[in-house]
Design a protein around this ligand. Structure first.
Ligand SMILES: *[C@@H]1O[C@H](CO)[C@@H](O)[C@H](O)[C@H]1NC(C)=O
Ligand SMILES: *[C@@H]1O[C@H](CO)[C@@H](O)[C@H](O)[C@H]1NC(C)=O
Ligand SMILES: *[C@@H]1O[C@H](CO)[C@@H](O)[C@H](O)[C@H]1NC(C)=O
Ligand SMILES: *[C@@H]1O[C@H](CO)[C@@H](O)[C@H](O)[C@H]1NC(C)=O
Length: 273
């Protein structure tokens, strides 16, 4: 005889029962959908990504709940947050709610911070309780320029800087580029300067400068109007570097001394011949 706890719906709710293996088939017959106890709808209870400071809402959809209660548990410290409508944590940012005649139970996290990220579980008070876990990620808008913080390109080639704004609540209304703190003027007499911005869930801005000259070296900063700025330093290399030419003119090396070493080596070879 094996003893198991059964939590299989109205028929057995809360009862403990011992059964032999012979009972197995009998049990399955009793598990008809009508008699089924509470169960979760995982597609309506998904993982959530929320922005820092913007109320996060976790949803838990439970079918056949009957007269049982729904609780929320935080996994990081195994803290019981709410039972039914009541909050069991001193942190008042956690609020449970349920709209009558729906099967949705929600947990609101007000003013979420990065450290609120983690697993949250919605539990139903069957015996034993059943649970559905979901992950909350609290993120901040973030700006990146692809490539290394120092970028090496050959004189005469096209400089292509790609700025990406991630996790922005809405696409940045504007993205401004500066070169050594001066706003880049696309109509300047220099010519050959253009920007392409693609807005969306992830906004990308490409700054293209054709026929790069030594004067184009310096710090380039991408300034989205609703996220942090990001800066890279561009070095326009004078003279020819065979290795660089083979790679379409744009060099992205993480190791500047290598360039210097290569240049020295070439100079050395040229002197010998
Ligand atoms: C829930 O309902 C069942 C019958 O459907 C009843 O036996 C049980 O006592 C009820 N539990 C509570 C906490 O009201
Ligand atoms: C929870 O709150 C809702 C709305 O205020 C109410 O209709 C419901 O009866 C409450 N449930 C419990 C278990 O207190
Ligand atoms: C939810 O997030 C967890 C942890 O990141 C992951 O393991 C799980 O696969 C995700 N579930 C879905 C449905 O995406
Ligand atoms: C600039 O670089 C990005 C990222 O590498 C690339 O997707 C894009 O096509 C490039 N644009 C041009 C005009 O070369």
């Amino acid at each position: 005889m094996r003893c198991i706890l059964l939590a299989l719906g109205l028929l057995f709710a809360g009862s403990a029962r011992c059964r032999s293996d012979d009972d197995e088939q009998h049990l399955e017959q009793e598990l008809e959908p009508l008699n089924r106890g509470p169960y979760f709808d995982p597609t309506a209870s998904p993982n959530v990504t929320a922005l820092v400071g913007k109320t996060a809402v976790l949803n838990c959809r439970v079918h056949n709940l009957g007269n049982r209660t729904v609780s929320w548990v935080r996994h990081t410290d195994i803290h019981l947050l709410t039972v039914g409508n009541d909050t069991y944590i001193s942190d008042q940012r956690f609020i449970a709610s349920h709209f009558p005649r729906t099967e949705d139970w929600t947990l609101q996290v007000k003013y979420p911070q990065r450290q609120d990220s983690g697993t949250y579980e919605c539990q139903v008070s069957t015996t034993p309780p059943i649970g559905h876990s979901m992950h909350l990620s609290v993120v901040e808008p973030k700006t990146e320029i692809l490539g290394d913080a120092d970028m090496y390109i050959n004189r005469g080639s096209t400089m292509n800087l790609t700025c990406v704004v991630l996790h922005s609540p809405e696409p940045p209304p504007a993205i401004v580029w500066t070169h050594d703190k001066e706003e880049i003027n696309y109509d300047s007499p220099r010519g050959g300067v253009s920007v392409i911005t693609e807005k969306g869930e992830q906004t990308t801005s490409y700054l293209l400068i054709q026929r790069a000259q030594a004067a184009d070296s310096g710090k380039y900063t991408c300034h989205p109007s609703n996220a942090n700025t990001k800066t890279v330093t561009v070095h326009v290399l004078n003279g020819e570097h065979p290795a660089a030419m083979q790679h379409g003119g744009q060099l992205r090396l993480s190791n500047p001394p290598f360039v210097v070493m290569l240049a020295t080596l070439l100079a050395f070879r040229n002197n010998r011949h």
